[in-house]
Design a protein around this ligand. Structure first.
Ligand SMILES: [Zn+2]
Length: 250
């Protein structure tokens, strides 16, 4: 009837006078919906651990439609993320992807670890687009949408030397098969190298990867199209960020 888990808040909506309905990404049970009763009251001990950009240890009571959070302890607060508008928006974008792409009660401890690592990087080192690209790729891999980099998705030939990627097929297409696909995304050698690296690299290496502005733009554009097709959604936060970037230099 009860369980405990480390958790990060994905979304929070006010409910009744003093409560909040939360979407929480937990290590133990994956994404869950939970009510935090009385959390808006001054002096509520839960208040601090159910804020955005917090990493908390929470106690849940199982419920029919949603859980109830009964107690909590703050483990980490990524305050620098909140204080930098670009970091904050990017972290909100990550939460939006999680909210959409991960099913309820489908645990992904590996993705949970990656989320913590990316939040810690944003918090400690500030915004780097590769941190976000890394999270996108790792999420796609964990959810079974890993792009195929090392062989042609049509004929299976390895070491094709091609930089043509077929979004629908989820991988590279070689020179012989290319004609059969009217919709390929042509990646630069640089972008392809970075994508391969982000697919298998460990987090500590991330901050040392160098990328040109052109490659960063291409990677963002490519992954946006890939996720649109395979996750079936445009992410609102992405457009919010783009619109803001036109007004405020970030
Ligand atoms: Zn082929």
């Amino acid at each position: 009837m009860y369980y405990n888990s480390r958790a990060v808040i994905i979304k929070s909506v006010d409910y009744a006078e003093n409560d909040k309905i939360l979407t929480v990404f937990t290590e133990a049970e994956g994404k869950v919906k939970a009510v935090a009763k009385g959390v808006k009251k001054a002096g509520s001990s839960l208040r601090i651990c159910v804020q955005p950009f917090c990493h908390s240890f929470l106690h849940f009571r199982r419920g029919k439609d949603m859980e109830q959070i009964t107690q909590g302890k703050l483990l980490d607060f990524y305050g620098e993320v909140r204080d930098d508008i670009n970091c904050a928006l990017q972290a909100m974008y990550i939460m939006e992807i999680l909210d959409h792409a991960v099913m309820l009660k489908d645990p992904h401890p590996e993705l949970y670890e990656n989320l913590l690592k990316v939040l810690a990087l944003l918090n400690g080192r500030g915004y780097n687009p590769l941190f976000i690209r890394y999270f996108e790729i790792q999420l796609l891999i964990v959810l079974g949408y890993a792009p195929t980099w090392d062989r042609c998705v049509a004929c299976g030939r390895k070491k094709t030397g091609s930089t043509h990627f077929n979004i629908e097929g989820g991988g590279m297409v070689c020179g012989n098969c290319r004609a059969g696909f009217n919709n390929t995304f042509i990646l630069s050698e640089e972008s392809l190298g970075i994508l391969r690296l982000l697919s298998k690299t460990a987090v500590p290496v991330l901050a040392r990867i160098k990328a040109s502005e052109a490659a960063l733009r291409q990677l963002e554009n490519f992954l946006e199209k890939y996720m649109q097709y395979h996750l079936g959604k445009d992410f609102k936060m992405k457009n919010t960020i783009k619109n803001l970037q036109k007004i405020i230099p970030m």
